[in-house]
Design a protein around this ligand. Structure first.
Ligand SMILES: [Zn+2]
Length: 125
């Protein structure tokens, strides 16, 4: 048989896209569940060690949902952890600022914007 990307295991291991058979095997192994959030139904296959560093072999592939896969991108699991922690800290800082601003906005709403007196109010004196 002529070697192709899919019937030669060595070539397949260096190819980014897993073969349909390998993708199906990984999906079955992971029960079609995202292995990162363990919640969403997986629609994609992710390289745990990014493809540029890792291989396209079952032990380096997991089923993943699209949001997790997009978020992880080309990061290693360790890099992704750091990125997620940084994002959480940033979101918390933003939220704190919003909490501080909220009473101000509410107070302004209660007092109402200064308004020009109506003609009737002016004539009444
Ligand atoms: Zn997920």
């Amino acid at each position: 048989m002529r070697p192709t990307l899919y019937n030669n295991p060595l070539l397949a291991a260096f190819t980014r896209e897993p073969s349909p058979n390998l993708a199906a095997e990984v999906m079955r192994r992971d029960a079609y569940t995202c292995q990162y959030c363990k919640v969403a139904r997986a629609t994609e296959i992710d390289h745990v060690q990014p493809w540029v560093q890792g291989l396209t072999i079952a032990s380096n592939l997991v089923a993943a949902c699209e949001p997790c896969n997009r978020s992880k991108g080309g990061m290693t699991p360790a890099e992704w952890e750091i990125a997620k922690r940084r994002r959480a800290a940033y979101t918390a800082a933003l939220r704190k600022r919003v909490v501080r601003q909220r009473p101000l906005r509410k107070a302004r709403g209660v007092l109402g914007a200064p308004r020009r007196p109506t003609l009737a109010e002016l004539l009444r004196g």
